[in-house]
Write a protein that binds this ligand. Sequence first.
Ligand SMILES: Cc1cc2nc3c(=O)[nH]c(=O)nc-3n(C[C@H](O)[C@H](O)[C@H](O)COP(=O)(O)OP(=O)(O)OC[C@H]3O[C@@H](n4cnc5c(N)ncnc54)[C@H](O)[C@@H]3O)c2cc1C
Length: 415
Amino acid sequence: MVDFQLTPRQMELRDIAKRFATEVMIPAAEVADRIEDPEASFNWEVIREGSKRGLRTLTVPREYGGEGADVLSCAIVGETLAYGDLGLAVAFDQTWKIMTSIANMANDEQKNRWLPKIMDDDECILATAWTEPMAGSDNVWPNQQPGAGIQTYAEKKGDRWVLNGTKRYISNGGLAKVYQIAARTDKDNPMMNSLTAFLVPSDAKGFEVTEVWDKLGQRCVQNGTLEFHDVEVPEEDQIGEVGQALPALANLFIRHGSNIQAGATVLGVAQRAYDLSLQYGHARIQGSVPLLGHQLQQIRLARMAMKIEASRSYLWRTAWSTQLEEMDRKNAMLSKVFASESAVQVCQEAMEFWGAAGYMRKNPIEKLMRDALSFLHSDGTNDVLTLKAAGFLEDPPQVDDLVYSPRVAEAAAGR
Ligand SMILES: Cc1cc2nc3c(=O)[nH]c(=O)nc-3n(C[C@H](O)[C@H](O)[C@H](O)COP(=O)(O)OP(=O)(O)OC[C@H]3O[C@@H](n4cnc5c(N)ncnc54)[C@H](O)[C@@H]3O)c2cc1C
C-alpha cells in the first residue's frame, strides 16, 4: 500500500509554521517589503521568534538538540513559512540546508565545535557561497576547462588556509554568522577536483560584505557580495576532503534537498496567491455576481489549484525518495523547475483574476509575483537544471525489452 499520510510530528510542525507564518511573518513582511534600503529591511525579531519555536534549527541533528528533520519535513515547513513570506522563509531554509550539508561533511570534532554554537544562538543563521562575478551556472553545470569557474583561492600556509576572492548574490549575505565557502585549492585543473569547502565566521579578519543587492522580490532577506582579503582559516575549519567540495555541492543540491526545498518554498507563494484569489473571487462582484460565479473564472482557479497540487505531489515524492539508495536524481532538479515555473504561472493567473487591483502595491498579489520570479534563477537557473536533469534520462529500450517498438526503429530509418 502507498501511504501519503504525514506523520503526527510533520502535521504538528506544519501547524507551528502556519501559526508563525500568519501571526509573525506576514505582518513583518508587509512592512519590510516596502523598505527601500535593502540593508535596512531584515527583521531579526522574526528569526529570534522562529528560533524560540524550534524553526531555525530544524535540521540540527537530534543528538545536538535539534529537530533532525528530513528533506520532506523541511519541504512541508518551508512551504508553510514561505506562505508568510518567501524572503524570510529563505533565511530559515538556507540555514536548514547548509546545516544538513555541514552535518554530512564535517567530522565529529567539527560538529562538536560548530553545532552547539549554531544551536545556542537565536540569531545564528547560515549562508553558502559559491556564485562569483565570473562563475554562476559554471558551478551548477561544472565547467570542465582547467582553471575555469570559481576563482576564490585558498592557499595553504602552515596550519592555516588563506582565502582571497569575491562571492556574490549570496542569500543571508551580511546576516549569517557562519558561511560555508567553496574555494579553489588548485588553480590549474578543472573544478571537479579543485574546490575545497571551509567554514568562515562573519567576524573573520579580512572578511567584508561590500554590497547588499537591491532586488525585485525576496525583499525581506539580504543577498550580499562577500569579499575575502587574506582571510585566515585554521585547517580544522576545512570541511570535507581537499578538492572534493563540488561533489558535496551536488549532494547539497540533490540528496540533501536544496533544489526540493527551493521548489517547496516557492510553492508556498503560489498557495498564498491561490487562497487570496479564492477569497477575492467570492467577495468581488462584477456582472452582478461574484467573480467565481463566472465559469471562465472558476476554470482559472481550478487550473491554479491543479498546478499547486501537482507541484506539491512531485516535490513531496521526490523529498521522500532522497532516503533511497537509488533515488532518481533528475527529479530533484525537475521538481524545482516545475514548482517554480508553476508558481510564476499561478501568480500570473492571480494577477489576471484580480484585474487592476492585482497590479496595485496596496494589495498583496504583485508582491507574490515579484517573489515567485526569484526561483527561476536561484538555486541554479531552470535552464541549467533542466540541462543537467537531461543527463539522467534513462537508456533507450533495447530490442528484447517489452516496450521496444519496431515501428520506432522503422520510422527512425526513414521508412
Ligand atoms: C534570489 C537569489 C538567491 C541566490 N542565493 C545564492 C546563494 O545563497 N549562494 C550562491 O552561491 N548563489 C546564490 N545565487 C546565485 C545563483 O545560484 C546564480 O545566479 C545562478 O547559479 C546563475 O548564475 P548567474 O546569475 O551568474 O547566471 P549565468 O550563469 O551568467 O547564466 C545566464 C544565462 O545563461 C544560461 N546558461 C549559463 N550557462 C549555460 C550553459 N552551459 N548552457 C546553457 N545555458 C547556460 C543560464 O541558464 C541563464 O539563462 C542566488 C541567486 C538569486 C537570484
